[in-house]
Ligand binder design. Sequence first.
Ligand SMILES: C[S@@+](CC[C@H](N)C(=O)[O-])C[C@H]1O[C@@H](n2cnc3c(N)ncnc32)[C@H](O)[C@@H]1O
Length: 179
Amino acid sequence: MSESELILGRFQPYNENGDATDEIYSTKSIVEEIINIIGNEFIKGTVLDVGCGNCRFRKHLLKYAETYIGLDKYLENKDSIKGDIFSFNSKINTIWFMGSFFLHYPDYEKTLNRASEILERDGSIIICDEIRRDNTEYKIPQPGYYDLNTLAETTNFKIVNTFIQENGIHFVKILKIIN
Ligand SMILES: C[S@@+](CC[C@H](N)C(=O)[O-])C[C@H]1O[C@@H](n2cnc3c(N)ncnc32)[C@H](O)[C@@H]1O
């Protein structure tokens, strides 16, 4: 791959296969790496993709979940509904935030409290955002960044797994409700 193709690839965030031409950024590799690390028990039943964009993760999530619901505040397509977590009222098993949790600033706590209301008791939240969204490195909180450790404590969630993806860009954090 030429340098210009690589650079151009980095500026095509929502193509069918991934957010760059490099396989390491592909939607397939992102989901499969998560499954390899955490196992398939966390993506199951009905998965709600909050901030789903063009639903590019749908087909990969459906390898593990029975039903996929895309939810996006600004976009709508055949696999998604327009709205946000506060307007969504059904029970689900998995919430998938891919590059979208940070957009819930400044309502992170409210968002997780709402998530616990719509999640089944043994459900899971998977948050995958860029590493730089993690506020724990900063002494002064940055807008749009968050400290999930503190948020989990105040919203009755526990973080059961956390890791950086091989692409070196995304961190993944898995949350479960404390019963
Ligand atoms: C960076 S894009 C990621 C899209 C998708 N998750 C992906 O990986 O292709 C963020 C998406 O979140 C949506 N969004 C922003 N704020 C939202 C909110 N509060 N609730 C639901 N969706 C939101 C935007 O419209 C946008 O489609």
